[in-house]
Design a protein around this ligand. Structure first.
Ligand SMILES: [Zn+2]
Length: 299
């Protein structure tokens, strides 16, 4: 990332088109759209293969790469400029607020896609009941998982997880998450584990709670180097996947799932503020005032 202060941040946003570029005939003024943050450079070998969130020119605006809200101007503004290939038309039944949250679903959905996209009959453990984890929970169920075990520290978020379909919720302040998953699976371990927390201990926990030859998908960003028992992962033949951002046009897929009622987004919106009170919104998030999940700003 370039230093803060050099661009407008906010990478999850939706809006109405007020102007189109000369060659754009896919959209018209007035269309309601939601965005994805990443536009690859379209000239490196990864972009040519469709891996645009892993663009080799990431952050290089001169070569055409844009990650709106990360390296170029994003959505905390009244107007934003987006390349046409980062826009998805919103179905009529989907509100702007829901569409913004669906953008959050793109990232875990890309992780699920990278891990093979097939979870029929599986028990899946998800660490971290934040917006990404709450979306991963619904997505993996929409993709065939029969049982989800959700672990975390905040009771309000765990309760929301239960409402959105988690079969077992584990408050890690009172229960050892590895023991809880082992107990819930008859000591087998989860078929797939998704780390949406990115905590100091969650990668190691993910390894220990996954069955032999199971899958681990790392979605949350770790804030510093973490320690994990990788020998255990090797000995038990685990496969570890990573993902970056909402690649593979997964925002569009998540939007379709939302419109079809397979995933829910409205429940995640706990706070709304006018854009003029943006600082209050960030304070609410930082101080956890009123158990925020998603804070939405309206211009
Ligand atoms: Zn590229």
């Amino acid at each position: 990332m370039p230093p803060y202060g050099e661009f407008i941040f906010g990478h999850e946003y939706a809006g109405d088109i007020v102007a189109v570029g000369r060659t754009v005939d896919e959209f018209q003024v007035g269309d309601r759209v939601v965005v994805e943050a990443h536009m690859g450079c379209r000239r490196c070998e990864n972009c040519i293969r469709g891996l645009y969130t892993a663009c080799l020119n990431y952050g290089n605006t001169r070569r055409g790469h844009r990650a709106n809200g990360f390296t170029t101007n994003g959505g905390l503004a009244e107007y934003a400029v987006n390349h046409v290939n980062t826009l998805y038309r919103m179905p009529d039944a989907v509100s702007h607020e829901e569409a913004v949250v669906v953008m959050t679903a793109g990232s875990p959905l890309y992780g699920l896609q990278r891990a093979g996209g097939y979870f029929a009959g599986e028990t899946v453990a998800i660490l971290g009941p934040g917006p990404i984890g709450l979306m991963a929970l619904q997505l993996v169920k929409a993709m065939g998982a029969v049982r989800v075990i959700l672990t975390g520290t905040r009771p309000a978020r765990l309760a929301l997880g239960a409402e959105l379909g988690a079969d077992v919720v584990v408050d890690v302040r009172h229960q050892d998450p590895v023991a809880a998953v082992r107990e819930a699976t008859g000591d087998k371990g989860a078929d797939t584990t998704i780390d949406c927390a990115g905590g100091d201990e969650t990668f190691d926990q993910a390894i220990k709670m996954t069955k032999p030859a199971g899958r681990i998908i790392l979605v949350g960003f770790y804030h510093r180097p973490v320690t994990a028992d990788l020998a255990d992962a090797v000995r038990r033949n685990l496969t570890i996947y990573t993902e970056r951002g909402e690649g593979g046009t997964t925002v569009g897929q998540a939007l379709a799932l939302l419109a079809a009622g397979r995933i829910r987004a409205r429940e995640l919106v706990t706070h709304t503020f006018p854009l003029s009170r943006v600082h209050e919104g960030f304070h609410a998030l930082e101080r956890r005032t009123g158990d925020p999940v998603k804070v939405i700003f309206h211009p």
